[in-house]
Design a protein around this ligand. Structure first.
Ligand SMILES: Cc1ncc(COP(=O)(O)O)c(C=O)c1O
Length: 419
């Protein structure tokens, strides 16, 4: 069944906004953050109005209700990504925190030896990422390498913005302990093949970590069948609130890693001489968690599931195909990244002649069109593709074909504006 976009748009109050001289808002920046449906806003307001209390601590009615809502959100997320067990779902602040949690705790694990755990890294070990990562999946690994004496390697890119897997067996080798890679690039839109990378990582016994920030909101993602060891995603890009993300990892990985932050909620017994820790996921959730945000995230997942993730993927594939064709009619426009619909998602970066993307973005904004301009927290990609920055249009279930028409007309106007 195709999505009824006109009906869906009515669920998103902000899409009724008019900007700059009463023009309708054309929101094409969902890869940066998505808009939120009324169901999410209402769930969070209702939580504060009726159930607000701290979780896991009280025996009074509100505390029990808040705990049930918070833990219920964990069940909802676990079902959405097909986790084996709810204890594999750790709530974090966002994807960035999930990746830092992994890099930090892997670094805190002694590597090798009798007392060592199999996920630790040390001098001589290698960490493999790719050249198309968001900065949040580069910098934590650089810091880990600096801290431990390990070496950072990466899979490079082809000229059309795909992973160059020709030397995969060298880049991932017997020294590799961690392979962390993005499922879909936020700047290029490229959808990466998970299977060959995971297969190679398994051959050498490396831990696999998937940055699913740009796929979980847009297509069905079954983390068990992808066969990775851990994955992260972020609530605000999937119709949910800011301030909450998810780290999913196999239970044996969470069992083996040491705690991240210390404090309340994450302990079992605390004595002045030392403490023991709670079982996962609580071992990684120190302090009062983001309760209202978890409630909002669960409402967002319910909303997406009611639309159907296959239908969402189909809609966004149709938008992407339509947009690629339409963008090609704009004189001097060059897509940065895959130029066809094959193995790509609905984030399309481009340059327009030699105009700076900031100028393009500003003139589009004057017409009510919101796009993202810059390096999209993926500076190495811009360097590799030989551009200082790009303009990016990105889609969500509420994006309409008329909005793509508005973008293309806007770009034609930009061309005329700058002569
Ligand atoms: C692919 C990818 N990874 C990670 C992130 C970081 O997400 P957050 O800022 O919510 O931690 C983003 C956000 O743009 C992203 O697109």
């Amino acid at each position: 069944m195709t999505l009824d976009v006109e009906r869906i748009r009515k669920d998103f109050p902000v899409l009724e906004r008019r900007v700059h001289d009463d023009q309708p808002l054309v929101y094409l920046d969902s890869a940066a953050t998505s808009q939120k449906p009324r169901a999410v806003l209402d769930a969070m307001a209702e939580y504060y109005e009726l159930h607000n209390a701290n979780v896991h601590r009280g025996i009074h009615t509100l505390a029990e209700e808040a705990t049930a809502l918070y833990e219920g959100a964990r069940d909802t997320v676990a079902g959405f990504i097909n986790a084996t067990d709810r204890s594999e779902v750790v709530f974090t602040k966002n994807s960035t925190e999930g990746l830092n949690l992994l890099a930090r705790t892997i670094g805190d694990s002694p590597s090798g030896g009798e007392s060592g755990n199999e996920y630790g890294v040390g001098p001589g070990d290698e960490i493999c990422i790719t050249e198309m990562e968001h900065h949040s999946n580069i910098v934590p690994w650089q810091l880990l390498a600096q801290r431990t004496g390990a070496t950072l390697k990466w899979i490079g890119l082809t000229d059309d913005g795909r992973l160059d897997l020709t030397n995969l067996d060298q880049v991932i080798n017997d020294r590799t302990k961690v392979v962390a890679f993005v499922h879909q690039s936020n700047i290029l839109g490229t959808l990466n093949p998970v299977e060959p990378i995971v297969r190679r990582a398994r051959e050498v016994g490396a831990l696999t970590i998937l940055d699913a920030s740009q796929t979980v909101p847009h297509r069905p993602v079954d983390l068990q069948s992808l066969d990775v060891d851990a994955a992260v995603f972020t609530g605000h890009k999937m119709l949910g609130p800011t301030g909450i993300g998810v780290l999913w990892a196999r239970r044996e990985v969470l069992d083996a890693l040491p705690p991240f932050l210390g404090g309340g909620e994450m302990i079992s017994v605390v004595q002045m001489e030392g403490s023991t820790f709670a079982e996962p996921p609580h071992k990684f959730e120190a302090g009062t968690p983001m309760i209202a945000e978890a409630v909002g995230l669960a409402a967002a997942v319910d909303y997406l599931q009611a639309l159907g993730m296959s239908e969402v993927a189909e809609h966004e594939a149709a938008l992407t195909s339509y947009a690629l064709d339409a963008l090609h009619t704009v004189d001097g426009l060059r897509v940065i990244g895959p130029d066809t619909t094959e193995q790509r998602g609905g984030a399309i970066s481009f340059v327009l002649g030699d105009l700076h993307p900031h100028d393009v973005g500003q003139v589009l904004d004057e017409r009510g069109i919101a796009v993202r301009v810059g390096q999209h927290c993926a500076a190495p990609v811009c360097r590799r593709m030989g551009v200082p920055a790009t303009t990016r249009a990105s889609f969500a279930p509420y994006t309409s074909f008329a909005e793509i028409d508005a973008l293309v007309e806007g770009l034609q106007h930009v061309r005329r504006f700058f002569g």
